[in-house]
Design a protein around this ligand. Sequence first.
Ligand code: ATP
Ligand code: MG
Length: 440
Amino acid sequence: MRQTLQAVRGMNDILPDEAEIWENFEDIVRDWLRGYGYRPIRVPILEPTPLFRRAIGEVTDIVEKEMYSFEDALNGENLTLRPEGTAGCARAAIQHKLVNAGGPQRLCYQGPMFRHERPQKGRYRQFHQIGVEALGFAGPDIDAELIIMGSRLWERLGLADVRLELNTLGSAEERAGHRAALIAYLEERRDELDEDGQRRLHANPLRILDTKNPAMQDIVEAAPKLIDHLGDESRAHFEAVREMLRDAGIACRINHRLVRGLDYYNRTVFEWVTDRLGAQGTVCAGGRYDSLMEQLGGKATPAAGFAMGVERLLDLWREGGEAEYAIARPVPNVYVVHQGDAARRLAFRAAEALRDVGLDVLLHCGGGTFKSQMKKADASGAQIALVIGDDEAAALEIGIKPLRSGDAQWRVPFAELAEAALDALHGGGEDHEQPHKQQE
Ligand code: ATP
Ligand code: MG
């Protein structure tokens, strides 16, 4: 026997029962994004490796140890499966001069991302993000809007216990001042640093603040704070964001240790976190990245954005969300049973005639007796069955059998099928605006 093949570790199949819930979620999200003027962009899943090295930064978890990078065997190009969406969006915006030609852009994307991490609940090697990028906006207003947007989505999904953590990373110069103080502080405690900490001490000391190592918590808690190194402009920007959040009634915790794992951020950074998902509690994260576009060879373009983890949000939705999470799977309105060659031909035409008026139709395929076909019709959840045998085919008529009431089967001429089916589904006189039924 051949060995059965399995999906790559950490990469999930999303089966139909679950995938339908994903689609419900995506419908809600699409609607919400449109409400804020975000337009979709679709960029490749594979990008040149240097894009991520330059955008995310060399001394980061992602670039150091999480990227799926390989050499294209056919032409030797260095390629990487995207670990996040911002770099690709920025590259596309530069390449197509979106901001130069069209002014500020509100863009959104969704799709799979790839990181070689240790798989566990809420952490996968292929996972999905929905993200937005606001390109060409310098002021604190867009930062606040991004955060308000998030909070409105949690509300819309009925998610409880998602709270906001906020910080500012200042400007590159301010970070340099803080960095010097931080290095001096950490050097005095070099022996107490873990391996990552020692390695990053000079390369990327800010990231040490982000450590999850419990043994290092006291050290990082007492470390010099970036906020004490901010200049007036950064301070005012941060204050303005906070005021707009207060106006919107959004509470937040200022977390000085929130530095984000990617190098491109500056000024406002934020995470939406929950305690309900264990260790993988960040469901959405983002901030401002004013230097990224320039760093990638484009014109200097202020920008901000965020990305949410779809798997984690769905876990949360499943657990504490509204009944909407459990929206029943869509069922067909009509199931078509048929027997004989002429009947089959008529059945195909009948099914299309009903689809033309907006009904969802399951045409029985695979033959079998009328009795076994009717069992399938019943199990499908459809409201009515069309029944077509030799007699009906000869008379060019269709049998209509209500499946959920005791009503008897009757026959209509093919030409009157659509109207009769709609009547049977909705009762005469009602409007036929929404033929799609949901199963309990
Ligand atoms: P974490 O600290 O959990 O590793 P991160 O800072 O690496 O997260 P980001 O790069 O900010 O994550 O990505 C944004 C969001 O994408 C995260 O908040 C999370 O919801 C989700 N995410 C990131 N990595 C994964 C993963 N490996 N599996 C599932 N979701 C993920
Ligand atoms: Mg990570």
